[in-house]
Write a protein that binds this ligand. Structure first.
Ligand SMILES: C[S@@+](CC[C@H](N)C(=O)[O-])C[C@H]1O[C@@H](n2cnc3c(N)ncnc32)[C@H](O)[C@@H]1O
Ligand code: SF4
Length: 364
């Protein structure tokens, strides 16, 4: 089994957003110190010294750690054998952008920065419980040290108009970054927004925003390479491609998930984690499961799933394993050369199409 990707979860943030259901908690100096000790132990328990091509430090907001904590984190991560062409990403909250941190990340080999911008409009930032967004001044500072930059954009706020959305898209284009991840607001149960019955945007409006965003970004030189992700040539996220190609990866840290011989998710309880009880759930992945993952993850991408590589991996054809005739007849699936993919004009329906995939799996 080849493993060449590592995800590291840092679950701390200086403030907690009203929509966020990620594994996160308020920053507290001593908690971070204890957490880093536990993280080091978890890595020592499971990492077998493989060559790692992509390392992704996500959260939470790993950027909220102090300079000395960040230094300690990178000393811990030094255990990984990274290849020369490594991609090392860190997730950054705009509040935390400061020159000394940028210098430290650069020095420790980070070469990709992912920033949660979300929206430039004060009223929606207030809805989200976020104090700030990315400014052009902060971005200029980041660009002095990094060129491979992703910015997250959110939309789908209650009563958001097309005019407001266009304003956000053009602000984003003015940033001139090579990668953009987009998120339509999900009202996750137990979040503040959900509990206060924040209204959902009409689904047809949400769908029209999705296609508007896609067409404007494509006109400006971005390739819509995955349902929610856009990149200029050469800047697709190698780490995320690991997930979509159904490849193996380590997940370390509170609430992190990984895919080794099993798919697993770590506990979200800090006390259990610090006591060395890392795993919460572990699912054995049968060949049948792996085939389903291969399809539903690969079909998120514009390229889709390769027939020949499916055959190489599983020793059978896609058509033998899935009854895809109806999906093809309904134009929910298409075959281009060696690859099955979902036509771009159907991408908004992606989730329902993927659910159909589970239904068309042929029983052995
Ligand atoms: C870990 S955060 C990014 C880094 C940093 N914590 C921050 O917020 O600036 C990952 C991204 O997930 C997206 N996200 C989180 N919860 C979401 C939700 N309920 N609906 C839509 N997008 C969400 C946001 O765009 C956010 O930027
Ligand atoms: S969206 Fe980012 S900053 Fe906000 S609570 Fe979630 S992880 Fe923290």
């Amino acid at each position: 089994m080849e493993v060449a990707a590592v995800y590291i979860h840092i679950p701390f943030c200086h403030s907690i957003c009203s929509y966020c259901d990620f594994c996160k908690m308020y920053y507290h100096e001593e908690l971070v110190d204890d957490y880093l000790t536990a993280l080091e132990k978890e890595i020592a328990t499971y990492y077998h010294g493989e060559e790692i091509k992509t390392l992704y430090i996500g959260g939470g907001s790993p950027s909220c750690l102090s300079l000395s904590q960040l230094k300690r984190l990178f000393q811990i991560l030094d255990v990984f054998h990274l290849t020369k062409e490594r991609e090392v990403t860190i997730e950054v909250n705009p509040e935390d952008i400061e020159e000394e941190k940028l210098q430290l990340w650069k020095r420790w080999g980070v070469n990709r920065i992912s920033i949660g911008h979300e929206t430039a409009q004060a009223k929606y930032l207030a809805d989200l419980g976020r104090s700030s967004c990315l400014t052009s001044e902060a971005l200029s500072l980041v660009k002095r040290y990094f060129s491979n930059i992703n910015v997250d954009l959110m939309y789908g706020f209650a009563s958001q108009t097309k005019r407001e959305f266009l304003k956000d898209i053009f602000t984003l284009l003015s940033f001139d970054v090579p990668h953009i991840s987009t998120y339509s607001l999900i009202l996750e149960e137990h979040t503040k927004l959900y509990l206060k019955h924040y209204p959902r945007l009409d689904e047809d409006v949400d769908a029209s925003f999705y296609y508007l965003l896609s067409s404007i970004l494509e006109q400006h030189g971005y390739t819509h390479y995955e349902i929610s992700n856009f990149a200029k040539e050469g800047y697709a996220s190698n780490h995320n491609l690991t997930y979509w190609q159904n490849d193996h990866y380590y997940g370390f840290g509170l609430g992190a998930s990984g895919y080794l011989t099993t798919r697993y998710t770590n506990t979200r309880s800090l006390s259990s984690y610090c006591a060395g009880k890392y795993r919460l759930e572990e699912e054995r992945v049968t060949k049948e499961d792996a085939m389903v993952y291969e399809m539903i993850l690969g079909l998120r991408t514009a390229k889709g799933v390769s027939k020949s590589s499916f055959f190489r991996k599983f020793g059978c054809q896609i058509e033998q394993s899935f009854d895809i005739m109806e999906l093809l007849n309904q134009n929910l699936l298409e075959l281009k050369g060696d690859h099955y993919s979902i036509p771009k004009e159907k991408w908004y329906l992606e989730n329902s199409i993927l659910i159909k995939f589970l239904e068309v799996k042929r029983e052995k």
